[in-house]
Design a protein around this ligand. Structure first.
Ligand SMILES: Cc1cc2nc3c(=O)[nH]c(=O)nc-3n(C[C@H](O)[C@H](O)[C@H](O)COP(=O)(O)OP(=O)(O)OC[C@H]3O[C@@H](n4cnc5c(N)ncnc54)[C@H](O)[C@@H]3O)c2cc1C
Length: 384
């Protein structure tokens, strides 16, 4: 990977550790994990934690390495190359440890981030409700004040890792109904709290991560588990989501790069009309186009993360990553599947699984249309 040449020694060392782990531990069992496991392998996550591969950007005082967001982007691509589903755990830990560090009380942040970074705890985020996810600010799950904290009542659905997380950052309405973003608070809810129950959906892809509903039946959440101000949670905490959009873009193109690499090998071996497939430009040009698109998106994501590391605005750029990354990855993996002919259509090869796994990210964390709304709003405001 050419990016290696512009890294510091520390950055190069952690990237090489991630690439080795992804190729030796993740890639060989990518398909087996879907067949055998309906959950992320906790022992594997602890191994990643011990290598510093989970949220190395988390603050040092909470057990992280305090590295740049850009480095987490490099790791997201490396892990996405090995196993798109396992890669979701560190990507989500990077986002959520930053949110917890910024908005939780120090003792709560210490308790949870330390465990996340070590691979001991999975934290999910619950925003979407049965009534819809795009217009998230209209959420209705109720947080009612009580002695010492809040009681949460309602349902979230379409929540990644719903049935295997140890805590869920939950957005709930603590203000009057119909108040939009104002009046929404965020809470860190341990999933062993009384009144929390979950289900699992029968999804097309992303099986090891899983998705489901979370029901809150008068769940007591202590006051010190609120993230940010009462009623200010939506505005404060949602700002962090620009970060995951660039990481998700890289996670997706990592998976696409794996399919491309496998396809280059295939077209150099398989023969038709007396030559290898690689001799035909009709075969190699689509792959060359895929390489080009992936290289362009990689640069866009790196640029976005560098803006973030420099403390500069990057909301529109993050939305570009989140729209174009998954979409291009799906297109490229689809092409790789077709280039394998009838073998590509078999479940023996990984392209069909990558296609199903990555496609979910065209919806999760906000659809293409919502990303384009964000880009248009930002650019329109900048030019008015
Ligand atoms: C794999 C996966 C993982 C997920 N993980 C999580 C999670 O961990 N936590 C969580 O809270 N949610 C999660 N989600 C839910 C996801 O965030 C929502 O599905 C998404 O925000 C869209 O909401 P919706 O499905 O309710 O669609 P809707 O909001 O009902 O929209 C339906 C369609 O209409 C389009 N649309 C809506 N409004 C507009 C508009 N103004 N202009 C143009 N088009 C519009 C949308 O783009 C979409 O195509 C996940 C979803 C998936 C698929």
């Amino acid at each position: 990977m050419a990016v290696n040449q512009v890294l510091t020694d520390d950055q190069r060392a952690i990237l090489e550790a991630a690439e080795t782990f992804a190729r030796e531990q993740l890639l060989p069992a990518y398909q087996a994990r879907e067949k055998q496991e309906a959950k992320l392998d906790r022992a594997l996550l602890r191994e990643m934690g011990a290598l510093g591969l989970i949220a190395p950007d988390a603050p040092v005082e909470y057990g992280g390495l305090g590295l740049e967001s850009f480095v987490c982007g490099l790791l997201a691509e490396a892990m996405g190359y090995g196993d798109f589903n396992v890669a979701y755990a560190p990507v989500s830990a990077s986002l959520l440890s930053q949110i917890i560090a910024a908005h939780a009380r120090p003792e709560i942040a210490d308790r949870w981030i330390r465990r996340m970074v070590a691979g001991d705890a999975l934290v999910a985020v619950a925003l979407t409700e049965p009534r819809g996810g795009s217009d998230a600010a209209q959420l209705v799950l109720q947080a009612t004040r009580c002695d010492g904290g809040y009681l949460l009542r309602g349902e979230k659905n379409s929540i990644s890792m719903a049935d295997q997380s140890d805590a869920i950052i939950t957005f709930a309405r603590s203000g009057p109904a119909g108040g939009g973003a104002r009046g929404v608070s965020a809470f860190l809810v341990p999933t062993d709290s009384k009144g929390v129950t979950t289900t699992r959906f029968d999804d097309l892809g992303g099986w090891v991560v899983g998705r489901g509903s979370v029901f809150y039946d008068d769940v007591f959440v202590p006051e010190d588990h609120r993230l940010g101000d009462e009623g200010g949670g939506f505005r404060q905490v949602m700002q962090g989501f620009d970060y995951s959009r660039a990481l998700l873009g890289l996670q997706c193109i990592g998976a696409a790069q794996a399919s491309l690499d496998e396809t280059w090998r295939y077209v150099n071996e398989r023969e038709a009309f007396g030559q290898t497939l690689a001799a035909f430009q009709g075969v190699t040009f689509p792959l060359a186009e895929g390489e080009t698109m992936i290289a362009a998106i990689r640069q866009l994501c790196h640029h976005t993360l560098r803006l973030r590391d420099a403390g500069l605005p990057h909301t529109a750029e993050a939305a570009m990553c989140k729209w174009l990354g998954p979409k291009t990855a799906v297109d490229v993996i689809h092409q790789c599947l077709l280039t394998h002919g009838h073998y590509g259509w078999s479940k023996d090869l990984p392209h069909q699984q990558r296609l199903r796994d990555v496609m979910g990210m065209e919806i999760g964390d906000g659809t293409a249309q919502i990303m384009k709304l964000i880009i248009a709003r930002d650019r329109s405001a900048a030019r008015s």
